[in-house]
Design a binder for this molecule. Structure first.
Ligand SMILES: *[C@@H]1O[C@H](CO)[C@@H](O)[C@H](O)[C@H]1NC(C)=O
Ligand SMILES: *[C@@H]1O[C@H](CO)[C@@H](O)[C@H](O)[C@H]1NC(C)=O
Length: 396
């Protein structure tokens, strides 16, 4: 879990790859997503494209973001038996030890005769529309299955039943209307954003106690698109993102293990204290670009370890209560709201007591409060003035 979320950006560490590959007899790379060993000098091109990126400026690591890889030259290796152990490699795919790459090939079906001992199967950027019952049969060692950017509408209910060791399932950019049934319980990471899913059912994630990362954004989830308690079984989940859908409230019954919750770009109208109850480990909460006009008193008290709160581009008329008492909050974005007044007790404890944690980012620009009416004493507990972005509103 720590590796998955907190490792440095791998892009930065791949410079050595091409340089040293010629004298590399056998090199092992421990990547974020998979450990791969290269026995022979081989130029890996599309493999890292779906790796992690850092969100600029936030200072917080974020899990991987899919990138559509650049068009890559045709496979250089001959088809047919070519694995170091003489195992078969599906036509036009590239096989290297236990990694099978079949991306960008215009495939309409999952290739046949996939070596049974593989750990990673990359089928992104093809034209696959259906996953049939036996497509992945016998792939007991498969850990990562990448099906991003296909045309998948149907996944057979038993299609994943052999995949007893699957950890990462990437299904983003397809045409799925439902979360697939019977996802292996071993799964740690599910990415299924940019599909046509309009409902997350309570049964969708039943028993999935190993999930750490869940990415469900950009699906047509309606106002009541997430069943109460849909995430209740995800006892280890650390990161949930449901951005750019049409949900109107924070999903109920979120697991207490949650560390980051990203709900930006929805139609949420209110933050209730109840919806954040028990989220004792929550560190980052993204609610930008919603329709929030009220953040209930007590909301912040329910997330005592929150460090970063994004509430910009909403309809708040006042500063949320609870900031002066909050011990850990460092970043609070409130720009582009309808805040008409900022009081001297809104951010800092009374008097000159300092807060335990220092603010490193407060944004208030694009609110109806004229910045010259905000008294400097309001920010008496903020030691670095550059942390405050007051900005101008209708500056003449
Ligand atoms: C909260 O985080 C701590 C430290 O990372 C961890 O030990 C604890 O199990 C977490 N709590 C929950 C409910 O997951
Ligand atoms: C919330 O707290 C503020 C200040 O503590 C108080 O003025 C306001 O009435 C409270 N609102 C509710 C709904 O309790």
């Amino acid at each position: 879990m720590a590796d998955l979320l907190f490792s440095p950006t791998p892009r930065q560490s791949f410079g050595w790859l091409t340089a040293s590959i010629s004298n590399m007899k056998s090199a092992c790379l421990s990547l974020l997503l998979v450990s791969v060993c290269w026995a022979l000098p081989f130029r890996q091109s599309g493999f890292m494209d779906f790796m992690m990126e850092e969100e600029p400026g936030s200072g917080f690591p974020t899990p991987p973001v899919h990138k559509t890889p650049v068009q890559r030259p045709p496979p250089v290796l001959p088809e047919g038996p070519d694995g170091p152990d003489g195992s078969f490699c599906p036509f036009r795919c590239q096989c290297h030890l236990r990694v099978v790459q079949c991306s960008d090939l215009g495939l309409k079906n999952i290739p046949e005769k996939i070596p049974l001992d593989i750990t990673l199967l990359d089928l992104q950027n093809n034209k696959i529309s259906e996953i049939r019952e036996n497509d992945f049969k016998g792939l007991k060692g498969l850990q990562t299955l990448i099906l991003v950017n296909n045309k998948i509408t149907i996944i057979h209910a038993k299609a994943f039943s052999s995949l007893i060791n699957l950890e990462r399932l990437y299904l983003s950019k397809n045409l799925l209307k439902d979360v697939p049934a019977n996802i292996p319980k071993s799964l740690q990471e599910l990415r299924i954003h940019e599909n046509q899913i309009n409902k997350i059912k309570k049964s969708s994630f039943a028993g999935m106690a190993n999930v750490i990362v869940m990415e469900l954004g950009s699906n047509p989830l309606s106002s009541s698109g997430v069943d109460n308690g849909a995430f209740a079984d995800l006892k280890r989940v650390s990161y949930i993102r449901i951005a750019d859908t049409s949900i109107t409230s924070i999903p109920k019954g979120l697991p207490s293990s949650l560390f980051e919750l990203h709900l930006d770009g929805n139609k949420i109208t209110k933050v209730t204290a109840d919806s954040l109850k028990g989220l004792k480990n929550l560190s980052k909460l993204g609610l930008s670009h919603n329709e929030i006009s009220v953040m209930e008193n007590g909301s912040l008290a329910n997330v005592p370890h929150l460090r970063e709160l994004h509430l910009d581009n909403n309809m708040l008329t006042s500063i949320p209560s609870g900031l002066p008492e909050h011990k850990y909050i460092q970043v609070i974005y409130l720009h582009t709201n309808k805040i008409a007044a900022v009081g001297t007790e809104d951010f800092c404890p009374p008097g000159y007591n300092t807060k335990k944690a220092m603010y490193s980012g407060i944004s208030l620009f694009s609110n109806p409060v004229p910045y010259w009416e905000v008294q400097p004493i309001t920010f008496r507990c903020v030691f670095d003035r550059s942390a405050i972005q007051l900005g101008n509103y209708r500056k003449k």
